[in-house]
Ligand binder design. Structure first.
Ligand code: ATP
Ligand code: LTN
Length: 331
């Protein structure tokens, strides 16, 4: 709680072009809290450098991610939107929390195992302690809810363990956060390997639909999506490709799986894929238009970054000084 309001907190890395997985799994759900909660949504650039980034691209994507937050419906007057590295309290608290996190806990993180396989030449300590920085993000703002995709649930659970351990030694320091995985934020899978999550850092661009892809590209990618050898559109646990397309279609149209099966009764996968592509492209068109307006106005985005960082730093400093006092640091 902050100022007698519950707090919602989440973050997205500026580590690639954002995908419809990021949108459906996370960003779309952020705005649900804007009216009743105090909301902080961060562009987590410090997290992004756990894998190598090209500096000019990181800078460009930081602006783009902020612009996409707004284009996807987050009102900057109702939500604190800011860049992680602009608020030094995050990395300061992360050091402290490192001393309350166990090596074994971090070793069990699925994302660490995945990323250290994918970046075998750069298994750095930051990649390993990534979830501790994420815990600082969340705990600095006395967060109640963390809307994330299902792949981040394990990290939020670790954050809860760290908070509980700290609170047991130093009572009433941190609020215990809850992960919020909404129905729509089921994992959106890769279009080429539908057992894997759709990821913005996938090298195969055909596997991923980016929020900023144009209509023709979106339709082409869905047409090429990997499915099974059946032809009728129906849900079955082992039909990962078709299930994924049904999930995406359902997210964009609000239709249930039964309604989708009825709509495409007697039609083949070709018709269905085209319909998914069109629904997705139509839903993204207004987001893209708003994005294009925002990204052309860097000065405005910089004003927002500054305002957001000042707001966030105010609350972050409060929690950080409470933590330091409890630990016995001379202030
Ligand atoms: P990377 O490939 O760089 O690890 P990512 O695409 O997984 O990136 P993140 O920045 O790590 O994206 O995630 C931002 C948010 O989007 C998180 O809450 C995450 O759970 C959610 N998210 C990412 N991909 C998906 C997906 N395929 N389905 C549902 N949610 C997703
Ligand atoms: N680890 C998350 C991004 C992230 C985040 C956070 C999400 C960093 N800090 C705090 C929620 C709350 C990811 O990889 N998607």
């Amino acid at each position: 709680m902050l100022d007698n309001k519950k707090v919602s907190y989440s973050g997205v890395q500026p580590s690639g072009n954002l995908t419809i997985g990021n949108y459906l799994g996370a960003i779309k759900n952020f705005s649900a809290y804007s009216d009743e909660y105090k909301c902080f949504y961060c562009v987590v650039d410090s997290h992004a450098i756990t894998v190598r980034q090209v500096p000019a691209e990181l800078r460009r994507r930081t602006y783009e991610t902020l612009a996409l937050y707004i284009a996807c419906g987050l009102d900057p007057d109702k939500n604190t939107l800011y860049v992680q590295s602009h608020v030094p309290a995050h990395t300061e608290l992360a050091w402290i929390l490192n001393c309350f996190t166990m090596f074994g806990e971090l070793s069990r993180m699925t994302q660490f195992k995945d990323k250290s396989e994918r970046h075998a030449d750069n298994v750095n300590a930051g990649l390993f302690t990534y979830p501790v920085l994420m815990a600082s993000d969340i705990l600095l703002y006395q967060t109640d809810v963390v809307p994330v995709g299902v792949d981040q649930k394990q990290h939020v659970e670790l954050c809860r363990n760290i908070a509980a351990r700290f609170n047991q030694l130093y009572p009433d320091t941190f609020t215990m956060p809850e992960p919020i995985i909404s129905k729509d934020s089921m994992k959106i899978a890769s279009l080429q390997e539908p057992t894997k999550k759709m990821s913005k850092s996938d090298e195969n661009v055909n596997a991923v639909v980016y929020i900023l892809d144009d209509k023709d590209t979106i339709i082409r990618k869905f047409k090429r999506a990997v499915t099974d050898s059946e032809t009728c559109v129906r849900y079955a646990p082992e039909k990962h490709g078709i299930n994924n397309l049904m999930t995406i279609y359902s997210c964009y149209t609000g239709k249930t799986f039964e309604e989708i099966e009825r709509e495409f009764d007697g039609k083949g996968y070709g018709d269905f894929k085209l319909a998914v592509g069109e629904a997705c492209a139509d839903a993204l068109a207004p987001v893209q238009q708003k994005f294009n307006e925002l990204i052309a106005d860097k000065a405005y985005l910089e004003t927002l970054m500054k305002k957001g960082a000042e707001e966030a730093a105010y609350y972050a400093r409060k929690t950080l000084s409470k933590v330091k006092r409890k630990l016995g640091f001379v202030q």
